[in-house]
Design a binder for this molecule. Structure first.
Ligand SMILES: Nc1ncnc2c1ncn2[C@@H]1O[C@H](COP(=O)(O)OP(=O)(O)O)[C@@H](O)[C@H]1O
Ligand SMILES: CSC[C@H]1O[C@H](OP(=O)(O)O)[C@H](O)[C@@H]1O
Length: 399
């Protein structure tokens, strides 16, 4: 019989006393549920001085933002904890530290990142973290290289692929990214003024074939242990620091999916800044976003190549020039998945603060239009954009 029960704040405090790993467990006295994501409960646990000391996260047996009508596997807590533990081994600087998890209760305990802020909220306000792009590129290079065939022994790699089989969470991505926005689906939500643009996505043969290719590679290309949902709402930043959280979509998939999701969210912000800030600040913010996206790819690709040259164990994959050839495939995947993130966040159900917080209706609609148009351009041009400078030029051209 499963011991699962949904935690109250009092349960979370008792759990943290036992498993929180603090020196003075009896000082832990209260909890606040602070979850603002689509899926889970998140409790901050406070001590008798009112200091937040540790975080307890629990999966619900359904999708939080929808309710019990959409049941969802509790195994996602294990997958999240194990993905973060694995990523922490390879990149402790930029991964939240999960110190304990319990598969039956679908609960994990992790370090409290209250000294940091969620990057999306900062991007919406126009705050700038000059090191964040490079740090995110570093996280992507370290975690993706060290869980790939370049680094792992083939037996270990296959065992890891099996450990991280994640069919239910992958199915959400398969539907929300690659199906819903390109069909007339009841989950879709977008401004009525964009109806003809959105309908045109459903009948564009070249686009639908390119999206099918991206979905096919999401199904089939078990290249590395992905985070699976690395967006600016799953990244904490502070001066000189960046930490990634929330990896319940972790599975072995195409490396470009993680890199493209990360860059796609920066480009969503790029498209929305004119609706969020005064013209001069918006223009400056947009330049910074392009520079952040440039940094993500530059750091990711240069570090991945450095690691491949220094640490590739397989004799065939170590052949000079192969890692460079592989990165060309990752690059076109990155652009394509970047495009699907721009479209699924605007046409599909998972909307984001970058445009939700735009007060003026007409401006919001125009910013959403830019996201959709840029997304389509990137999906269609993914095989024809030579490098990151050409990508930035394409984005500027799109307006
Ligand atoms: N380790 C942490 N430290 C402090 N706050 C956290 C931590 N993890 C999550 N949070 C807060 O809880 C929110 C929801 O967490 P998240 O992991 O994104 O949940 P979900 O899986 O439902 O998307 C975050 O936006 C953040 O504000
Ligand atoms: C039905 S889940 C929708 C959406 O929510 C997830 O985001 P998060 O866990 O960060 O709230 C993920 O992006 C899913 O696609």
């Amino acid at each position: 019989m499963s011991q699962y029960r949904t935690f109250t704040a009092a349960d979370a405090v008792e759990y943290a006393k036992k498993f929180g790993g603090v020196d003075d467990p009896s000082a832990l006295v209260s909890a606040e549920e602070i979850g603002d994501g689509n899926l889970n409960l998140v409790f901050k646990i406070f001590d008798n001085q009112g200091r937040s000391r540790v975080v307890v996260k629990q999966a619900l047996p359904y999708v939080r933002c929808v309710g019990e009508s959409w049941p969802l596997t509790l195994d996602r807590a294990r997958l999240e904890a194990q993905t973060l533990v694995e990523h922490y081994k390879h990149c402790p600087e930029h991964t939240v530290n999960v110190t304990h998890y319990d598969a039956d209760l679908a609960v994990m305990v992790m370090e409290d990142l209250s000294s940091h802020r969620i990057w999306r909220g900062e991007l919406v306000k126009g705050a700038y973290y000059p090191e964040a792009g490079r740090q995110l590129g570093e996280y992507l290079a370290q975690t993706l290289f060290h869980t790939s065939d370049f680094y792992l022994h083939p037996h270990k790699k296959k065992a890891e692929v099996a450990r991280f089989i994640n069919p239910e969470m992958c199915e959400i991505t398969e539907d929300l990214f690659f199906n819903d926005p390109f069909t007339d689906h009841e989950r879709n939500k977008y401004p009525a003024a964009l109806e003809s643009l959105v309908v045109s996505l459903r009948t564009d043969d070249a686009l639908k074939i390119a999206v099918a290719g991206l979905k096919h590679r999401f199904f089939a290309d078990a290249e590395a242990l992905l985070h699976g949902d690395v967006h600016s709402g799953s990244i904490f930043v502070a001066d000189g620091s960046l930490k990634v959280i929330d990896a319940e979509f972790g599975y072995f998939g195409p490396i470009g999916f993680d890199v493209g999701s990360a860059m796609g969210n920066l480009l969503i912000n790029y498209c929305c800044l004119p609706g969020l800030l005064a013209p001069r600040e918006a223009a400056e913010g947009r330049e910074r976003r392009l520079s952040d996206a440039h940094e993500v790819w530059s750091q990711f690709s240069s570090r991945f190549l450095e690691l491949a040259h220094a640490k590739t164990s397989d004799v065939a994959l170590a052949y000079p020039g192969y890692a460079e050839a592989f990165l060309r495939k990752v690059w076109s995947d990155t652009i394509g998945y970047c495009g699907t993130e721009l479209i699924r966040r605007t046409v599909g159900m998972s909307h984001v603060a970058d445009f939700k917080q735009i007060a003026d209706d007409t401006m919001r609609t125009e910013c959403i239009r830019s996201c959709i148009t840029l997304g389509r351009t990137l999906i269609l041009a993914a095989d024809h954009i030579a490098d990151v400078d050409a990508l930035i030029a394409r984005i500027r051209q799109a307006g």
